[in-house]
Design a protein around this ligand. Structure first.
Ligand SMILES: [Zn+2]
Length: 274
């Protein structure tokens, strides 16, 4: 690495409780990497456009069922500004998948290169409709860098190293089932590895039970039950065999988010709302 990477965790949005779990409020757990002046985001949350036109772009049904909090202060653009980061500093965005609670903020950073699995962009462009895939999120200007399957492995899991040489040591880890090209994102944090598991699971206290119960939200949005359950099984094995070396967290588990932000002194979107 040419420069020190400063890593911080943020929630770029808030949603309602995850039914039948301890998660009383769903965060949208994203990661900010700062390398000198350069900034890389891992997922973007909802963007300013959804917050300014929630009925038009999110729709009454999603707003009500997911309990999406409408507040522009929660967007990546505003949260970065609060940290003194200008939007043009965001050079790259790594995506777990293209659902709008993860990729809605793309248009707020039009100059960034967007890194994701090739299967995910193919699914977005495909003919199968999916509620949270919203065509307006992506414009002809969006610069994509897609990643195909490779022979690479990481702790026994298939991996695809991101093309950020000398900047950030990070890999896509395919964990399909929630969407066809859904990936976790592994990255180094000091001596440890972290794995942002995206929406491969929703609540660490429930999803790793044996056998895991099917939560309403994950079943409603899954593209394949078999793939989703296989992805959870992979994460469970990783936790059991390498939990000391790999810190695993997901997008929507509030308790995980709080454990990654407590005591770090960073602006915390939960406190924005009192
Ligand atoms: Zn999500």
């Amino acid at each position: 690495m040419s420069d020190t990477v400063s890593i911080s965790h943020a929630t770029f949005g808030l949603m309602g409780p995850l039914t039948h779990t301890p998660t009383r409020s769903m965060t949208i757990h994203c990661v900010i990497f700062q390398i000198g002046e350069r900034v890389i985001l891992l997922d973007t949350g909802f963007g300013t456009r959804e917050m300014l036109d929630p009925n038009g772009l999110l729709g009454q049904d999603a707003l009500f069922k997911l309990g999406i909090v409408v507040d522009i202060r929660l967007t990546a653009l505003e949260r970065l500004k609060a940290r003194g980061i200008r939007p043009e500093q965001v050079s790259d965005i790594i995506l777990t998948h293209l659902d709008n609670d993860h990729a809605g903020g793309l248009y707020d950073f039009p100059d960034a290169t967007v890194h994701l699995a090739s299967e995910e962009l193919d699914a977005f462009d495909g003919l199968k409709p999916r509620g949270p895939y919203r065509p307006y999120q992506i414009s002809h200007r969006t610069k994509f860098q897609t990643y195909e399957p490779s022979d690479e492995t990481w702790f026994g899991l298939a991996a695809r190293s991101l093309n950020l040489p000398g900047v950030l040591d990070a890999k896509l880890i395919p964990l399909p089932g929630h969407t066809e090209g859904h990936c976790g994102v592994a990255f180094r944090d000091g001596q440890k590895w972290c794995l942002h598991a995206g929406d491969a699971y929703f609540d660490r206290t429930i999803n790793f039970l044996t056998p895991p119960p099917g939560l309403p939200l994950e079943i409603a949005f899954q593209t394949s039950a078999g793939d989703r359950e296989a992805s959870i099984a992979k994460l469970k094995q990783l936790r059991e065999e390498n939990g000391q070396q790999v810190d695993i967290f997901c997008t929507h588990d509030q308790s995980e988010y709080l454990s990654h932000t407590a005591g770090r002194g960073s602006p915390d979107a939960l406190s924005v709302l009192g």
